[in-house]
Write a protein that binds this ligand. Sequence first.
Ligand code: MG
Length: 260
Amino acid sequence: MISWERSINIKSHQELEIMREAGRINAEALNAVVALVRPGVTTGELNEAFEAVQRQYGVVSPFKNYPGPYPFPASICTSVNEELVHGIPGARKLVEGDIVSIDVGTIYEGFVGDMSVTVGVGAVSPSTERLIKVTKHALEIAISKMVPGNTLGDVGYAVQTYVEDQGFHITRTYTGHGVGRKMHEGPQVPNYGKPGRGMRLREGMTIALEPMVLVGTPDTIVKGDQWTVASADGSLTAHFEHTVAITADGPKILTLLNGN
Ligand code: MG
């Protein structure tokens, strides 16, 4: 999204525990949304399901009214097929064979959990299934690099080489990001890079890792609604995201259903 709080904020153990709960609630609400994905459901209904879980917990989404060309009008992003990120939920009915990236955020006790998954609607083709698998694995690779002393270039290089070796592409325009009291803190975390380059990761940093993978080319456009980012060539795209803490004991995923 558009505006960035650039400072890098190191979190205390206590703050990480709050973020873990923000992430757990976020994952639970996302799970409720994913359970509804089927042909005929509208993306607006997915947004409503997410908000219903948020109301149970008395929490809200940092996406709602996020500043941009105009305030983001929903609590989740739903990006279908060629849409990569920032799609706006609404009247669109999902169709068998579609894929949808569902990107969700939760603010709990002042801290943000941010995550996304891409899921198939009914049965999808084997090549589509492979795109989803590769993107999910790219996230796992990024997470494995979240250790003190690694550089942002190490992370980006690992993701980029894996994705490109699989014959797919990585956007250069949109990146992962630090996350904490704000959804978007520093640093920006590209899914491409060179080993040893860029800032070094430190204990207590919390990063939203989000590989965004395109089938045809790395190029993107913004659609007429001024929010939705799509592949320039109309080819399929996928997106997975977790919020991860860098600790002395290795990477800790903060957006897990069981709270890890
Ligand atoms: Mg994010």
